[in-house]
Design a protein around this ligand. Sequence first.
Ligand code: FES
Length: 694
Amino acid sequence: MMKAEDNELLVRVGPGTAMGNLFRRFWLPVMLISELSEADGPPVKLRALGENFVAFRDSRGRVGILDAYCTHRRAHLFWGRNEECGIRCAYHGWKFDVDGNCVDLPNAPNGDRIKANMKTRAFPTMERGGMVWAYFGPEELRPEPPEAEVFEAPDSHRHIVKMVAHGNYLQFAEGDIDSSHVSFLHSRLDGKPLPGSRLSTFAFQDRSPRWTVKPTDYGLMLAAQRDAGPDRYSWRINQWLLPFATMVAAPHDSPFITNVRVPIDDENSMQFRIWTHPDRPLNEAERTTANAGVIFPEMIPGTFETAANRSNDYLIDREDQRHQTFTGIQSIPVQDLAVTQEQGPGPIADRSLEKLTMSDIAIVTMRKRLLDTAKALMDGVEPPEASNPHAYRYGSAARRRCRGRDPSDDRPMGRVAGGSRMIPLAWIGLGRIGTPMAERLVSAGYNLTVFDIVPQAMDALVTLGARAAKSPGEAAAGAQAIFFCVSDGEAVESAAFGPDGVASRAPADALLVDHSTTHPELTKAMSRRGEKFDLHWVDAPVSGGILAAKNGDLAAWLGGRPEDADRARPFIAAYARRISYMGLSGSGQVAKSCNQVIVANTIAIWAEMLAYATANGLDPVTLIDTLEGSGADSGVRRTFAKGMANGTFPELSTRNMIKDLTIITDLAHKSAVPMPISSIALEHFKTGIARKDV
Ligand code: FES
């Protein structure tokens, strides 16, 4: 049973609420593109997350979403004129562009001078998957959009309908993941699927499925297992994409349903019901099915209300219910509406009154995930899902399995975006950073072959589904992009151009992406060598450490031709959040060396400070904690300081600092830039190795 205060926390979505804040950390679909089809067309009222907005498409085709109320005297901008790249308030003529700037203030003599101060709230927008999306959160936290295939498919692959549901968003989202209701609510009395529903007959023969619920980077994988004969199971696998969408199981080579649920306010929500085939356009038969009134409802023209609705008891046919179908209601989404729009006397279900069973495990798990994420955000922990758009590539699948096989063993689970699963990539170097980076590529669905000079280092990747190669050349054969993450420039050069190296077998036009830290001049030389093999070099050193590699939170600096960097960027996004293009070949390495100037010298100065603090009677370990959040705080404090206070600093890190500072001081010498502090730090690191003081 859920506590009443937790129920309140889950259902309230207005500004400043826990769930409202969580939704405001994600891009949200808020309209159909077709609602704003025309440049300079009529403005549209929009309500989302308990706030009122106005949406319009300006003369240049850009979509603007602004605060509904004019900054002057709060007239609704819906009544305004959409003209010449802005919306002009109907009351006194103030005009605002898509960025919220007041670009004309005609009713005051000093309007031109003061209009800059009259800006209104404007929100970033984009158009994707047939929908207009908006981001309502803090600008500095604006994430990349989720990369789910349903949002990336072209218009020809999709049928989409928007509906308004008059109840709290959560009860509809719970219905989407609740596979056990399918056996009843959407069934016929003769045990056959509803015509055109494309539901499996097994869902109606075994009506008490066993659940596998697996937490994922994007939300939850929810698999319902049903008996499908003496030696087989039927698996119905849904994917819940936190915080707003459920991808519903579908038979092989069939379009699949995605339900996107976005709160209008606490008591109403919008649903985008999307039927998508990820690999091909919908065919004529599928278009006919979509319009047959079963998997999509009949709508009241010009509205987002279903023709069968609460006011007419959803057009329930009691004769049909007696003899044909379980509900007597024709359309599947309307069957859902009938039971979820009123789960209690009001529009918000009171979950403290429920009596749950094992059949509700998926719903309980989803609620807990939302609660935990929202509460963590209240404590200042940002939702990791928002900054991991790559994880959303998973889709849904319905599968039949032999008995004893658990689909949660599969990696990755469900359907993976067709665009990525076919791309062969190679990875050279599985050290402490390289391994989690390569793992994230596999998890993102890429077809990865790996090589490391230590064969056992490849075991973990092979377990995940990667293929092990016996040489860099074997790994590179057929790969569209080959990634290096090795100890130094010499190792890169050997793997790229040595015996049975990458260059000997990589296909023409392949990308070579080097994540190792190497001398920029060596990078340029290797890039030129690569050109002779028709290979394209991108230097892409990274920073952030092992944890950041595991969480996909690295920083990467790219050097090379811009078009090559653009090709590399989607792959690198599997493990790096901040990807910056710095310039032509070697520029990424120069940028990394600038990073290392700060890191290496900060380590050196921490060593000096800790000795000073100890000599003056302070406990260095206590001191380190007191510096959290101060001007002296940095990644070095979090990563190395405690070990240094206890007299240890990793030898490998020391050798890396020597390598990096050697590159830095050499480059400084060649560019005639005095760097005395870095030179002194280099000598200290060398002394540490010489004295075995690490
Ligand atoms: S209220 Fe909008 S211009 Fe006056």
